[in-house]
Design a protein around this ligand. Structure first.
Ligand SMILES: NC(=O)c1ccc[n+]([C@@H]2O[C@H](COP(=O)([O-])OP(=O)(O)OC[C@H]3O[C@@H](n4cnc5c(N)ncnc54)[C@H](O)[C@@H]3O)[C@@H](O)[C@H]2O)c1
Length: 249
């Protein structure tokens, strides 16, 4: 039997990269998938690919930081499927600069979408998940939570998500909703290709497994955390990073 048979999953940032791979993987595991993204064309494409492969997908166009849009998306999903089991809180952006050069706008955009957006979506799915007495929420941190030059806004938002995950896990546990967090390492998505080539070259050498992650590596972890096999895991941040954050040197 497929791991996620009959589950309904919302994947934010599902139009590209890790979110896209995760949407495809959850569909392969039997879930009905809602591809949530601010980019309608990208979301349509992924939903189309899933439906073509015999899965079941639809789209929700939203900015994850928007309270009303999150509530509307959840209402639409409930009207359509009657339930919502899985939230993959994956949408995220970066706007890098040294702290002394960072503008207020760069700070606000990143913290708004990454941190407030993650909270906002988890808040919006609480109603149906608590009523069902079942839910799986998976947030997204980053290897950068250890600290990274040029990313004060991004690191603050992602480290905030780790604390948020633990707190929501405590609050949601009594309704059998688990809340975990994946922490991707360097992953081959458009975010990765936006990193300067010089920096990319140096990165692979520092990864113990000597390769960057493919989006499918993260999708596999997502599928596991949403499955019944992970029923007793909550509040955790799990790195999927080829070992780049272990060791001292
Ligand atoms: N790629 C990496 O190396 C890496 C490393 C660590 C963490 N991450 C994290 O993984 C997640 C996915 O990263 P990715 O590399 O796949 O990104 P990506 O840029 O390839 O895709 C992100 C998707 O999110 C969507 N999105 C952006 N803002 C949105 C918003 N406000 N509302 C809804 N959708 C929005 C974009 O349209 C896009 O489709 C992010 O949270 C990122 O911070 C990525």
């Amino acid at each position: 039997m497929m791991k996620l048979q009959d589950r309904v999953a919302l994947v934010t940032g599902g139009g590209n990269g890790i979110g896209r791979a995760t949407a495809l993987r959850l569909a392969k595991e039997g879930a009905r998938v809602v591809v949530g993204d601010i980019n309608e064309e990208a979301a349509q494409k992924v939903a189309g690919d899933i439906n073509e492969e015999g899965g079941e997908a639809s789209i929700a166009i939203l900015n994850v930081a928007d309270w009303a849009a999150a509530d509307a998306a959840v209402r639409t999903i409930l009207d359509r499927y009657g339930r919502l089991d899985i939230l993959i809180n994956n949408a995220g952006i970066f706007r890098d600069a040294f702290a002394h050069k960072l503008t207020e706008e760069m700070w606000d955009q990143v913290v708004d979408i990454n941190l407030k957006g993650t909270f906002n979506m988890a808040r919006a799915v609480y109603g149906p998940m608590s009523q069902q007495k079942f839910g799986r929420i998976v947030n997204t941190a980053s290897l950068a939570i250890r600290g990274n030059i040029g990313q004060s806004n991004y690191v603050a938002s992602k480290a905030g998500i780790v604390g948020l995950t633990r707190t929501l896990a405590l609050e949601y546990a009594r309704h059998n909703i688990t809340v975990n967090c994946v922490s991707p390492g360097v992953t081959q998505t458009q975010m990765y290709w936006a990193v300067p080539e010089k920096v990319r070259e140096g990165l692979v050498n520092r990864i113990p497994l000597k390769r960057v992650a493919s989006p499918d590596d993260l999708a596999a972890l997502h599928a596991f955390l949403c499955s019944d096999d992970a029923a007793y895991i909550t509040g955790q941040t799990i790195a999927c990073d080829g070992g780049i954050t272990i060791g001292l040197m």
